[in-house]
Write a protein that binds this ligand. Structure first.
Ligand SMILES: CC(C)(COP(=O)(O)OP(=O)(O)OC[C@H]1O[C@@H](n2cnc3c(N)ncnc32)[C@H](O)[C@@H]1OP(=O)(O)O)[C@@H](O)C(=O)NCCC(=O)NCCS
Length: 151
């Protein structure tokens, strides 16, 4: 739990589906049906950490996968009213601890080249830029590939 806050991070519950679906659409522009979101978050090897408020409602999530010592953070989003208060860092740190505890030795992710907030977060957490996929996104932005080695 964050100091001075009732916000905490826990594992995924069935009741989080609608909130995660909405956050992925609004914050990440992910277009998929609710059933696709369900398959995605409850799928095999998926790792989901859920940020909840004092009423246990989902206000953010981190989604990724892990196979043995390799993990990837594929989506992370915080609801608009809760942004900029340290929750993104808190959630990302929790995701990293989770996969590390389960044996991950490296964690990969990709981010749009113009997402300064996310890039600031990842670089401050020690992720190193390891590659670029030119014009990877529909709007012509590049994907920057990051990786973090953990011991
Ligand atoms: C990216 C995101 C998860 C960060 O969560 P957050 O709770 O807003 O961020 P935090 O308050 O934890 O801040 C973490 C770091 O992000 C950066 N950051 C946060 N707000 C920022 C802002 N307004 N301007 C610039 N950098 C900012 C800083 O590096 C900050 O670290 P610092 O506070 O030590 O300076 C959140 O903004 C979000 O949901 N964005 C939309 C979805 C998205 O882009 N996800 C990432 C896809 S790769």
């Amino acid at each position: 739990m964050l100091p001075g806050s009732e916000t905490s991070v826990r594992g995924l519950l069935e009741k989080d589906l609608a909130a995660i679906h909405e956050l992925s659409l609004v914050e990440l522009s992910v277009r998929r049906t609710i059933d696709e979101t369900r398959s995605c978050i409850f799928g095999q090897n998926q790792v989901v950490r859920v940020l909840v408020d004092h009423g246990a409602h989902c206000i953010g999530y981190a989604l990724g996968w892990q196979v043995r010592d390799i993990a990837e953070l594929t989506e992370i989003a915080i609801a608009a009213p809760s942004k900029g208060r340290g929750f993104g860092r808190f959630l990302c740190t929790n995701f990293l601890s989770q996969v590390k505890q389960a044996g991950a030795k490296s964690i990969d992710l990709e981010v749009k080249d113009n997402n300064r907030i996310a890039i600031g977060l990842y670089e401050s957490m020690g992720f190193l830029k390891v590659g670029v996929r030119a014009k990877y996104y529909r709007d012509g932005c590049d994907a920057w590939l990051y990786s973090l080695e953990v011991s």
